[in-house]
Write a protein that binds this ligand. Sequence first.
Ligand SMILES: Cc1ncc(COP(=O)(O)OP(=O)(O)O)c(N)n1
Ligand SMILES: Cc1ncsc1CCOP(=O)(O)O
Ligand SMILES: [Mg+2]
Length: 208
Amino acid sequence: MKLRGLYAITDSQLLTGKFLPYVEAALEGGVTLLQYRDKSQDQSRRLREAEALAELCARYKTQLIINDDAELAARLGVGVHLGQTDGPLTPARTLLGREAIIGSTCHAQLELAEQAAREGASYVAFGRFFNSVTKPGAPAADTALLDQARARIKLPICVIGGITLDNAAPLVAHGADLLAVIHGLFGADSTQEVTRRARAFNALFASA
Ligand SMILES: Cc1ncc(COP(=O)(O)OP(=O)(O)O)c(N)n1
Ligand SMILES: Cc1ncsc1CCOP(=O)(O)O
Ligand SMILES: [Mg+2]
């Protein structure tokens, strides 16, 4: 499967009271990867919500990725995204198997991406590229880094951080394969607007 297009990421605060309708609206507009990102320690809610997303993703033939938690990903038979402090990639690959999608946060460092590639990542993620309401303190990356990454890294390249329909096009032009978005997608006022935004993010790849 080609990893290219919109990578929608959930946010439990932003999606309070509208979690499944907003996610379904995004899937309706087209999502290549959907990440369940919940930073709480409420394990039973996390399991319940992740199971609901797995069911929805199966219906829309979208790949589900669990943030931070390889054990939960293994339980559901889906992929995982691991940051630099979320545990090593090699055991996660052993746990989830050869086919699973495993993503790795590489901030703005090519060396981390090269290491992630050696350790079996399926894609590497750089960012934040713009000011992010969700994670304002994330290290900053720029398009010069993307050019270098494109030349040196063979894996799909994901970009994240403050991405909106107004600023995403240059990232695609500089070689981004996946646009990972929270606020720029789910910060919309209605499900219709979420679907419109998802379609518009994907259209950026059609013209690239
Ligand atoms: C696609 C994608 N890229 C980067 C991240 C950030 O991961 P991490 O650095 O572990 O930070 P948290 O998201 O866990 O707060 C991500 N989740 N997804
Ligand atoms: C998880 C994460 N890692 C770097 S920036 C970020 C947040 C992305 O959210 P938003 O699209 O709302 O800036
Ligand atoms: Mg993490």
